[in-house]
Design a protein. Structure first.
Length: 300
């Protein structure tokens, strides 16, 4: 009898142990299968610098979220950018890919073909863009919409951290709005004044400030300026009594020097905010420097 009783006890203990281990393994399996679980690693890749800075502020110090940038911070705008093997390798590790949209990422179809299950967040999705111009981040108002779109997209892809993303985005949006308020007087004082631009990105900045774009010459590394174009710009400056030109120093310095030699116009070199370090405040610092230059130029 004692032997039989011991067998029953042993069997019961063994069954209990099996059930306990089975329950633990089941829970572990379910835990790993839940993509929204807070302990799951999330890899986010951005297409280029402005999107990285916006996303960096939304993610903040989130645990287990890795943020990478596809192109180097000195690449600038992605016009005609060609994906490298290293880029494709990075994208293969990504859960979410955040782009500016509006046609800047001309390689997007290639990414979609290679990684059809990759979650893509288009920061321009809820914006009305200026015609054939996707440099929306140069408008603080539109940049705020981009930040919110990034936040909403991340919250949908990673529901466990939804609250963290929302709070971080709210804090960042408050900082951007504070900068807008700091220079709100410029909009009234500059409203309707003519300006010439040597980079299309500044159309958004001019629009924010109420400036009238009297002339645009979009200069880049491949742009060959003809004598006729120079004559047209000089004529526009004289006829419209333009006093300030917005240019990017990297590609607009030669043309800026030429114009300053021929006219009394002042050329100021502004930041397109497509290059820099990865500091979270770099957008705010760069935009403040732009606005300060504009204020000083028109005061003169």
């Amino acid at each position: 009898m004692r032997v039989l009783k011991n067998k029953y006890v042993f069997t019961a203990v063994l069954l209990a142990a099996i059930l306990f281990v089975g329950a633990g393994l089941t829970a572990l399996y379910l835990h790993r299968q839940d993509p929204a679980d807070a302990s799951e690693q999330l890899t986010v890749v951005t297409s280029f610098y402005p999107m990285y800075i916006a996303t960096e502020n939304v993610i903040g110090d989130c645990d287990d979220v890795t943020l990478e940038n596809l192109s180097e911070p000195q690449t600038g705008c992605l016009h005609d950018y060609q994906l490298t093997s290293e880029d494709m390798k990075l994208l293969s590790t990504a859960d979410v890919f955040i782009i500016n949209g509006g046609g800047i990422e001309s390689f997007l179809s290639e990414v979609a073909e290679q990684y059809p299950d990759l979650v893509v967040i288009n920061a321009c999705e809820d914006l009305t863009l200026l015609e054939d111009n996707a440099h929306a981040w140069m408008s603080m108002e539109k940049y705020m919409v981009q930040v919110q779109t990034i936040c909403d997209g991340l919250a949908e892809a990673d529901t466990a951290r939804r609250g963290i993303y929302a709070q971080n985005a709210e804090n960042y949006l408050e900082e951007i709005q504070s900068l807008r308020d700091e220079y709100s007087d410029l909009t009234g004082s500059l409203d309707g004044q003519p300006v010439v631009l040597f980079h299309e990105a500044y159309e958004y900045l001019a629009d924010d400030l109420g400036l009238e774009v009297a002339g645009l010459m979009d200069l880049d590394e491949e742009r060959q300026v003809s004598a006729g174009e120079v004559a047209d710009i000089l004529s526009t400056i004289e006829e419209r009594q333009v006093s300030v030109i917005f240019a990017e120093e990297l590609y607009g310095k030669d043309m800026g020097d030429t114009v300053e030699q021929e006219t009394d116009v002042q050329v100021i070199y502004l930041d397109t905010l497509t290059r820099g370090d990865y500091d979270a405040d770099s957008y705010l610092d760069g935009m403040r420097a732009n606005l300060e230059q504009i204020r000083e130029a028109f005061e003169e």
